[in-house]
Design a protein around this ligand. Structure first.
Ligand code: PRX
Length: 644
């Protein structure tokens, strides 16, 4: 692939940005010309944000896997598509060339077909970070099945809810997954999730850890057996083929569940063509990817970052993507950087929470590492504090690597606001400028655009986007009204991100964090209502309120105020409540602090005043704001005194 769409200078960025706003259809059609289409589009864009209806490249026909794999085979067949580093550094690594990836994806597609999976069927994928996870995702895309990857840290109950919501009929999983010293028994979790399930017909199990698993006759089948059988079907005279399904540009590619301010996660739906174009375009431009460079994104494919920047974006661009099975601190805190040296990684993309946790080890994470292969660094998932930014810059980038602070969301599919590495300037803790095609604006509570700077000369407001980009979500699975209400109803004709932001006089954006009841814990989104629902499941809990508080490593920690009627030991009860949350949602949602209270600050209409609870959790005792509307102001004193 050549890169006519790669921006090479600040001037070019300015020009492209201008074109993209003045003539968006022309702009995106030119970008789309860099891809492989079975048939070109009838219309570039049709949209309104009221329904919402968003259609990009309608009428075009394609298959994303032909773009991510087949079209590279002639020129890069023997180049590495995926480099896989196992949890245990002593174990054999795997280099998956584009040829090999093609073969494996064709096999998976055939295996799925053999088991009755058809275009449009939902396939839930619950696996560790093994190459087979990438094959599974791409195999679904090859036959047009809609994948829904669930992160390995979610519980059986969370999986059951997602299976039900997506009406999934197929699951691909592993016996277990390695994470540092732990083995997570994934298949057992799936078995629990399937109790009472009526839709799932087949569970395909890949063997990774040799963890004992139950295999139910007629339902559970082994990946290895199925793949071997499929191999004979796709390979003839040394040539591998599996005809990819022809997809419409707007056909759904995948569902990915994410938390919102209600108790139930939403299935964000992305469409084939727009998602492909935008992930590849943003990948090449933000990271300024050059052929042959090795790109290491440390995310898990269970999150959007892994979908867009381990799998689809890099592969669509013909890049080499490094996939890591383990965790940053195993077997030691220098693991990320050992990997960088081992493979001579050029671009490293990680989360501020990982940087902050490594900072706690002094110079141990990097002191024995060379790191000279690194050219570009990136961060994602949460605001990066200046201290972490400078640590990353000095000790990892050795002050010679541009750092891109990439702001985006599950719903946006790809990076919307970021500097372009080495092209547009970085500003520590600022995501900086919108990518071409992205039209952000800040609005006040009433939806009016903020135009008056504050005393620091900054505009401050809620971050919205006023024009669609190709990888914007299309709907929330099975409930379009929910999509409208969540993202398009707060402010008419705008997509509302849920984030607050500042804008400086040069047009740079700084994301300040969520303005809704959503927490960002270690870069993971968790709805407070979801955690409250889980806590309330514990017997003896009458009511609870969950808020975030600043946490040195996680960014935000989870603080739960709980009204509890039992008479048990407080510490034991805390542990039981934590276990309950782990069971209902997963270990990622465990509260960091639990305070038992006799009442919650409520208005006369019964609404919990979270503002007060948030302040107390943050350690503020004086300026709690107006408490006169409270039904029982006395409760605030008690809560203040009992802070944990
Ligand atoms: O609050 C923003 C924060 O993460 C949220 C999106 O979470 P999720 O959909 O899980 O996707 C995370 C990875 C793309 C946003 O609403 N966020 C993401 N990136 C940044 C950020 N906050 C500040 N700076 C960022 N670079």
């Amino acid at each position: 692939m050549s890169y006519p769409f790669q921006i090479k200078s600040q001037e070019e960025y300015n020009e492209r940005y201008k074109e993209s706003v003045e003539h968006p259809e022309k702009f995106w059609a030119a970008i789309a010309d860099n891809f492989l289409w079975r048939k070109k589009w009838d219309k570039v864009l049709d949209w309104n944000f009221t329904e919402p209806k968003i259609e990009w490249f309608k009428g075009a026909k394609l298959n994303i896997t032909e773009n991510c794999i087949d079209r590279h085979l002639a020129t890069k067949g023997e180049d590495a598509a995926i480099i896989w580093e196992p949890n245990n550094p002593e174990e054999r690594t795997r280099i998956v060339t584009y040829n090999r990836l093609h073969k494996r994806v064709c096999q998976v597609a055939q295996m799925l077909k053999n088991n009755g999976v058809k275009k449009g069927d939902r396939v839930c994928i619950y696996m560790g970070m093994v190459p087979e996870l990438a094959y599974a995702v791409l195999g679904c895309a090859r036959i047009g099945a809609i994948h829904s990857v669930i992160f390995g840290g979610f519980s059986a109950q969370s999986i059951a809810d997602r299976l039900d919501d997506a009406q999934a009929e197929y699951i691909i999983t592993c016996d277990g997954a390695y994470r540092g010293e732990k083995v997570i028994p994934l298949k057992n979790v799936i078995d629990d999730a399937l109790i009472g399930n009526k839709t799932v017909k087949k569970v395909i199990v890949y063997t990774r850890t040799r963890t004992p698993v139950s295999m139910i006759k007629g339902r559970d089948i082994w990946w290895e057996d199925e793949m071997e059988h499929a191999e004979h079907q796709v390979e003839k005279d040394g040539k591998v083929t599996f005809e990819a399904e022809e997809m419409d540009a707007e056909d759904p590619l995948f569902i990915l569940y994410t938390s919102g301010s209600t108790g139930k996660p939403k299935g964000v739906v992305h469409a084939c063509a727009g998602y492909m174009i935008y992930t590849a375009y943003s990948f090449v431009n933000v990271f300024q990817y050059q052929p042959k460079q090795i790109f290491f994104c440390t995310a898990d494919i269970g999150w959007i970052t892994g979908h867009s920047y381990i799998v689809y974006g890099p592969l669509a661009a013909g890049a080499t993507s490094l996939m890591f099975e383990g965790i940053p601190t195993y077997p030691s805190c220098s693991r990320f950087f050992d990997i960088v040296d081992k493979y001579k990684v050029n671009i490293l993309y990680t989360a501020p929470t990982a940087i902050r946790s490594l900072m706690g080890f002094g110079d141990a994470p990097y002191k024995n590492n060379d790191l000279s292969s690194l050219q570009i660094l990136g961060t994602v998932g949460e605001p990066i504090n200046e201290e972490a930014w400078h640590w990353y810059d000095e000790h990892i980038g050795k002050k010679k690597c541009p750092i891109v602070d990439t702001w985006w969301q599950t719903e946006t599919g790809g990076v919307l606001i970021s500097n372009l590495a080495g092209i547009t300037p970085a500003k520590p803790s600022w995501a900086t400028l919108p990518l071409p095609g992205i039209q952000p604006l800040l609005v006040n509570e009433n939806g009016k655009e903020v135009t008056e700077p504050d005393e620091d000369g900054l505009l401050k407001g809620n971050l919205c986007i006023k024009f669609p980009w190709p990888s914007i979500l299309r709907t929330t699975y099975g409930d379009h009204e929910r999509c409208r209400k969540n993202y398009f109803a707060t402010y008419p004709n705008l997509y509302f991100t849920g984030d607050g932001a500042l804008k400086d006089k040069d047009g740079n954006y700084r994301i300040t964090g969520r303005v809704d009841d959503v927490l960002n814990v270690s870069g993971h989104r968790i709805g407070t209502a979801e955690v409250e629902n889980a806590i309330n499941m514990h017997s003896g809990v009458v009511e609870s309120a969950v808020v975030g508080y600043p946490h040195d490593i996680k960014g935000q920690g989870i603080y739960a105020y709980v009204i509890y009627t039992g008479h048990h030991d407080a510490e034991l009860t805390r542990r039981d409540i934590t276990m309950t949350v782990s069971r209902i949602i997963g270990p990622i949602a465990k509260p960091d602090k639990i305070q038992f209270v006799s009442g919650l600050p409520k208005t006369r209409s019964g609404k919990i005043m979270r503002r007060i609870l948030r302040k107390i959790a943050e350690g503020e005792t004086q300026n709690l704001g107006d408490t006169t509307t409270l039904l029982d102001p006395g409760v605030v004193e008690e809560i203040k005194n009992g802070k944990v």
